[in-house]
Write a protein that binds this ligand. Sequence first.
Ligand SMILES: [Zn+2]
Length: 541
Amino acid sequence: MSYTNEDPGKQSGLVADIDHYHLKLRVPCLEDGRFYRNPKPAPEKVWTISECSKYYLCLDGEVFGFKCSTGLLFDVKRQICDFKLNVDNCDVVAEAKVPRPLLEAAECENPDHLGCGDGACLPSEFFCDGSVDCTDGSDEGWCDADHDPNAASPCDPRSCKLPDCFCSRDGTLIPNRLESSQVPQMILLTFDDAINSENWDLYTQHLFIPERKNANGCPIRGTFYVSHQYTNYQQTQKLWNDGHEIAVHSITHRGPEEWWSNNATIEDWFDEMVGQANIINRFAGVRMEEIRGMRVPFLRVGWNRQFLMMKEFGFVYDASMVAPFSDPPLWPYTLDHKIPHQCTGNNQRCPSRSYPGIWEIVMNQLAVEGYTCAMVDSCPPHLSGDEVYNMLTHNFKRHYNTNRAPYGLYFHTTWFKKPEYLAAFKKFLDEMTKLPDVWFVTNYQAIEWMRNPTPINQLNQFEPWNCKRQVCILCSKQASRSSTRVCVRICVSIRRPEFECSGPQLEGPEFECSGPQLEGPEFEYSELSLKVCGSRYCELE
Ligand SMILES: [Zn+2]
């Protein structure tokens, strides 16, 4: 069971008000895995609250009945309970299904053609390409991983090899079949939506404080999925400078939720995600090549269109897909092959095609009190601080004592507003940072480890987890020909802290400078000699 507001079965509390035997007699089975209404209601009752709030699900020939909470009606199109004002389909029994294409059964003359539902033959690449070609629409109606005639093939471990391809049949295998005792337990902390003064203190004063370090001495780090509205890009830049990963969560974060799965075109995906990458690059100064990951708003995966955009733009990974609860949990995988789990969620649309080399940092669900939840803030809200702490450690052990798949803790920061939750989480962080084989890394750092699985005893030399990385710091200097203070932007290795230009001389509004004014000959560099080593790093000589 998943504890979300979107799941009608949950919202109504799985009302078993009518026993199954009678249901079977009265309501026929419509078995397509979706909720539907009674096809034979008394005509005068169709728009009544009592009739329109009932809905049914057929599983293995058995009908299960549900009822929305008092005052709500069932919306058969969106598959949720909602207020009367928002439901306009009480007279629709089930969402109209597009006819099924005949495919090979049409016995088309051309061997590269497949049949529409009405028998018309079209080139096979027209099927499930995102635009309707058959007159009955059947080429685009059956396009999940099990029906797309051009779907990705199942995992083939013989051809799928690291560093660029990784898969396993059920998704639970450790990369390179390393012994679990040799695998660092990665913990992935992620935060969605705007970065601003609402959450700045949480990040900098409570969670990512200098005392919390990984075993190599580097501070613990997380990943931020940034949407545009209300984001402060100066703070975003600071987090990036501190070594956190900045990733993309769309410009508009618009609703309705299903828009991302059903309506967004490839152009929309470009506008939203590549657009936000450009905004982050421009206003927070994050290097374009270091914007690698994305998460879709509401975790509404965008079928093949999202991944086509990702391939075109060069995103390295997506972090939006939720796996069904699995024990042991799943490892991230590449999308060369068919995804190794069911596509979970209501009307969720996972990609059906192959996207070689694009990683999916699949979201394992947390288990708590018989519920499961993908985001920590969608777990039951009535837990006490102690229960939250127990939930965090219990699920940690499910990873740590089995296959050590990365342990993801995914947040919206409103969750931390309860002081007892913040305290429980800080206690958890402090316990975890004491363990030498537990590492808090960014999502991209997790991918780098998977590309090159390195045993625990060699991790101090594992370059991608080192904190030697490009850090840009604003430093003040006297301009050569004027007495005004200007800023230059230099890059230093924080492995050589003696060159870090931090400290009091950096504070104050006179050092607020950014953007193009940093370029050009008016900046005096002579007192610091800069060595540029490659495009990614530069160090002080
Ligand atoms: Zn969001």
